[in-house]
Ligand binder design. Structure first.
Ligand code: M6R
Length: 616
């Protein structure tokens, strides 16, 4: 939540800042602002409520002088509504210092009272302004922006990334982080700071991650990192695995449409290099290899779509590796005194790697002695950095706020983990593992078929249903998390009531919701599955049809049993039952996007949301 960019160098800082904010806008989009130093060293600032475009228009109508040192911010409001006054930057030292912030300063009320007592005046309702005033006061005492930041962060509770510039420190931007994201971009004679690498990848792919409780000072020709105690600290360099074009819309009407189209590649790239001669090749797991045969439990943590990916993983890992798997929402896990120990492998799933609930849950698990594996899509993010091992998904940058391609990549990574565990623990023989991996490697082509064959029909259905008030989703076994994911996409994109249910739960209550005309998507298990689930779900379809539901079935090619009972059948290619989620979810992603589009909504930036939930 909130995107942050900082720049020092010979270029136009406004160009860098606005380009970076455009790429970070998915992190928050209720207001935006910049502060730059003019060639003469005076602060110029502009901030506006609304999306970034409002600020951009304002700056082109009335430009500010720009001397190559600047900070920029796009906001998701926590303290104080989305107004011009609450937008960042905020100011200290009588307007000589500008500061931007991502996170929450939990002790801001006490600090505010103290600052008021000392005669400071507040212009906003934000928690951020206390930090701006404190850094400003410390700068007056020390004349050193890094030291002023250090003295300030010592006094702050909560989670924060702060960036500041001062007009008496031209060519310097100082950043600090605690439990909120901040990465460094290394240029030639210029340097960058950003909430993630998207902020600067257009200018450089050389990046550095900095640790928890650290402060970074960038100048055009230097980068210095210290800890909050003032000791020098190491920052590790990495190369960003994708280039700026990967985060461009590139002619697509929305990022979401582009990202759904990239779902086959997200799976293929997550598998790339990790399957050799019919076996898993996961050297990334070496750091936890010593316990993989000894663990007695896997606990998967995540929020939203990531948690649903975890739920698919549970079915697969238990089936193949014969080890109990629990899946829990990170925020529920953290606060309920859970039981875990050094024989528990905690697997966190997070696209951003910055979700505060998941980060806190991972920290808690480590404190309890559990070993941690991060499944993450973002290089340099905090959760992988703080985990024992990381299995990166290679979905490429996901810009649309609602997750699509990240889901299929997360599920793929969990399948790889399940097959790896099965092989290590001897619950599947080499042939069994090879057979599953061969099936998995065929999935990207099948997803492509679904995207190409089903999208047009789903779009028609969505347009017919654009005034619908409620949609239900039913699934069973691995189809259940797919139903949950379909419902979440519809809620967050189209703002209509949507619920996902386990089909077996229907008669325990939810069937009371069925009335004539109720639209119900049903994810139908394969009739080839030796269990009797297909028959049971077809019976469920008959039960809801008898009560007037309009049924849209997602069923595999050749499944004729559903045809008499469904109003519409969306076909998916044949796949092993455990891999069906990777295919069945695609029409549901398309449906959420198309229904939102039919309602004239912004599918990339749904209301009230931000992509990376970096506050609890
Ligand atoms: O970055 P993460 O994967 O940790 O994010 C988790 C959830 O916040 C995220 O999946 C959210 O539910 C999306 N809005 C789903 O589309």
């Amino acid at each position: 939540m909130c995107g942050i960019v900082g720049y020092v160098g010979p270029g136009s800082s406004l160009e860098v800042l606005l380009g970076g904010l455009k790429r970070l806008e998915y992190r928050g989009y209720d207001s935006a602002g910049v502060a730059v130093l003019s060639p003469e060293g005076a602060i110029g600032s502009r901030k506006r409520a609304g999306k970034l475009g409002v600020l951009v228009d304002d700056l082109s109508a009335s430009p500010i002088a720009d001397g190559g040192t600047g900070i920029g911010h796009t906001r998701w409001a926590t303290h104080g509504g989305p107004t011009d006054g609450n937008a960042h930057p905020h100011f200290g030292d009588d307007g000589r210092l500008a500061l931007i912030h991502n996170g929450i300063i939990e002790n801001f009320a006490e600090l505010k009272a103290e600052l008021l007592e000392a005669g400071e005046q507040f212009e906003s309702e934000t928690d951020t302004e206390v930090a701006a005033l404190l850094v400003g006061r410390a700068f007056r005492e020390t004349g050193d922006l890094t030291e002023a930041m250090r003295r300030t962060v010592e006094r702050l509770d909560g989670a924060f990334t702060l960036l500041a510039l001062h007009q008496d420190a031209p060519g310097v931007v100082v950043g600090a982080r605690r439990s909120s994201p901040l990465v460094i971009g290394l240029g030639e004679g210029e340097n960058f700071l950003g909430s993630d690498v998207a902020a600067f990848v257009e200018h450089t792919r050389r990046a550095m991650e900095i640790g928890q409780d650290q402060i970074v000072t960038i100048r055009p020709d230097s980068v210095e990192v210290i800890d909050f105690a003032g000791n020098p600290a190491e920052a590790s360099e990495f190369e960003v695995a994708w280039d700026a074009s990967a985060a461009e819309k590139g002619g697509w009407p929305s990022f979401m449409k582009k990202e759904i189209d990239e779902e086959p590649d997200a799976v293929a790239n997550t598998l790339l290099g990790r399957v050799h001669d019919g076996a898993t090749a996961l050297t990334e797991l070496d750091a936890v290899a010593d316990i993989l045969t000894d663990i007695d439990r896997v606990l998967v943590l995540g929020c939203g779509t990531a948690a649903y990916a975890g739920l698919v993983g549970k079915y697969a890992i238990e089936a193949w590796a014969r080890i109990p798997v629990d899946v829990e929402l990170s925020h529920e896990f953290r606060y309920r005194d859970p039981v875990l120990n050094e024989r528990t492998l905690v697997v966190s799933v997070s696209q951003s790697g910055e979700t505060m609930d998941t980060l806190m849950a991972v920290r808690y698990a480590r404190e309890q002695g559990a070993r941690t594996l991060s499944i993450c899509n973002t290089q340099g993010a905090t959760i992988p950095r703080e985990s024992d091992a990381v299995l990166y998904t290679h979905a490429g940058p996901e810009v649309a706020v609602a997750s699509t391609k990240a889901f299929v990549a997360q599920v793929t990574a969990l399948y790889l983990l399940g097959l790896h565990l099965a092989s290590l623990r001897g619950t599947l023989d080499a042939e069994g593992v090879a057979a599953q991996l061969a099936e998995l490697e065929a999935v990207p082509g099948k997803i492509r078929t679904v995207v190409d064959s089903a999208s047009a029909r789903i779009a028609e259905l969505a347009h017919w249903m654009s005034d619908t008030q409620s949609v239900l989703f039913l699934g069973r076994h691995v189809g259940y998390p797919v139903a949950l994911e379909g419902a979440l996409k519809l809620k967050e994109l189209a703002y209509i009531h949507a619920e996902g249910f386990a089909a077996g739960e229907l008669k325990h209550g939810p069937i009371a919701l069925i009335e004539p005309g109720q639209i119900v998507f049903v994810v139908v298990p394969s009739p080839r599955d030796p269990s009797s689930l297909h028959k049971k779900v077809v019976s469920n379809i008959q039960e809801i049809r008898a009560r007037g539901a309009r049924v849209i079935a997602i069923a595999e090619l050749g499944d004729v049993a559903v045809v008499p009972y469904a109003d519409e059948v969306i076909r998916i290619p044949l796949a092993a039952p455990l891999f069906e989620p990777l295919l069945a979810v695609v029409p549901l992603h398309v449906f959420g996007m198309e229904l939102a589009t039919a309602k004239g909504l912004d599918v990339d930036q749904p209301r009230n949301l931000a992509k990376s939930v970096t506050v609890e």
